[in-house]
Design a protein around this ligand. Structure first.
Ligand SMILES: [Zn+2]
Length: 228
C-alpha cells in the first residue's frame, strides 16, 4: 500500500528538486544534493535544551521542541515550504516528514513518542488546498517510525462568536483556535505535535493548551523550520 502511494506520488509529481527544478537522480528525494547542502540545519535533535526550547519553555510546559531548519528568507527551505503550502507539492512534505522520522529514531528523548498529532487547518482551507500539510508530514514520519497518527485537534471556525461578548472575551475566544476532535487513547504517554513552521509560537500555544486540558503526559513538538 505504502509503495503504491509512493508510485502515485511520483506520477502526480515529476521528480524534480522542489527548490531549483533540476531533475532528481534515483538516489535524490525532494531536494537535489546541491540544494540540500544550503539548508540551515539546527542542532535541535542533539541538544534538548536548544534556543527554541528555551524561548518557548516559559509559555508552555513542553517536553521538547525541535525544528529541522532555521527559516531564512529567500533560502532553500523557504522555497521548499512554499511549494508544500501553496503549490500542492506533497512530495516535498513527504521528504521533510521522513527526515523528521529519521531524526526521531536517533533522538533519545523522543524514542518513547507514541502518537503523532498534526496541527489542523480550517476545513475550508484544507478543501481548497486538497490536504493538510502537517498531516502529510505526519505520514512521512510514520513511514520511518510506524507511529500512529490521530487528528485529535480540530480548528474552530474563524470569527466564531467574534461579535459577541466584550472586548476581553472576544480576545480570549480568538486566542484559542482549537478544540478536541477525537479522544486521546488512554495508553498514550508522549504526544508529538507536528507543524510546518513555528513563527510566533501562538498557534502552538493554543494547540498545547487545548491538549493539556485532556492529557497530562509528555507533549513534544517538531516542525520543518522556525523563524525566531
Ligand atoms: Zn536543487
Amino acid at each position: 500500500m505504502r509503495k503504491i502511494s509512493n508510485i502515485l506520488l511520483n506520477c502526480w509529481f515529476p521528480r524534480i528538486c522542489s527548490a531549483c527544478n533540476r531533475s532528481l537522480s534515483v538516489r535524490e528525494e525532494g531536494l537535489c544534493f546541491y540544494c540540500k547542502q544550503y539548508l540551515h540545519k539546527t542542532n535541535h535533535f542533539v541538544r534538548k535544551n536548544n534556543t527554541l526550547y528555551i524561548q518557548l519553555a516559559y509559555r508552555m510546559s513542553l517536553h521538547s521542541v525541535q525544528s529541522l531548519y532555521f527559516f531564512q528568507p529567500k533560502s532553500i527551505e523557504q522555497r521548499a515550504i512554499h511549494e508544500l503550502k501553496y503549490k500542492k507539492n506533497m512530495q516535498i512534505g513527504n521528504f521533510f516528514g521522513k527526515e523528521m522520522g529519521k531524526r526521531l529514531l536517533k533522538t533519545p528523548w523522543l524514542r518513547d513518542v507514541d502518537l503523532l498529532v498534526p496541527i489542523p487547518l480550517h476545513r475550508n482551507k484544507e478543501l481548497e488546498r486538497g490536504y493538510n500539510q502537517s498531516r502529510v508530514l505526519c505520514e512521512g514520519i510514520s513511514e520511518e517510525t510506524r507511529l500512529p497518527i490521530a487528528t485529535v485537534l480540530k480548528k474552530q471556525n474563524a470569527g466564531k462568536g467574534a461579535t459577541k461578548g466584550n472586548r476581553m472575551e472576544r480576545m480570549n475566544s480568538r486566542k484559542i483556535d482549537f478544540q478536541i476532535d477525537s479522544k486521546i487513547p488512554s495508553n498514550v504517554n508522549h504526544i508529538l505535535i507536528v507543524d510546518d513552521v513555528i513563527t510566533t509560537g501562538a498557534t502552538l500555544e493554543s494547540a498545547f493548551q487545548v491538549l493539556r486540558k485532556e492529557f497530562q503526559g509528555k507533549i513534544s513538538v517538531v516542525s520543518i523550520a522556525h523563524t525566531f
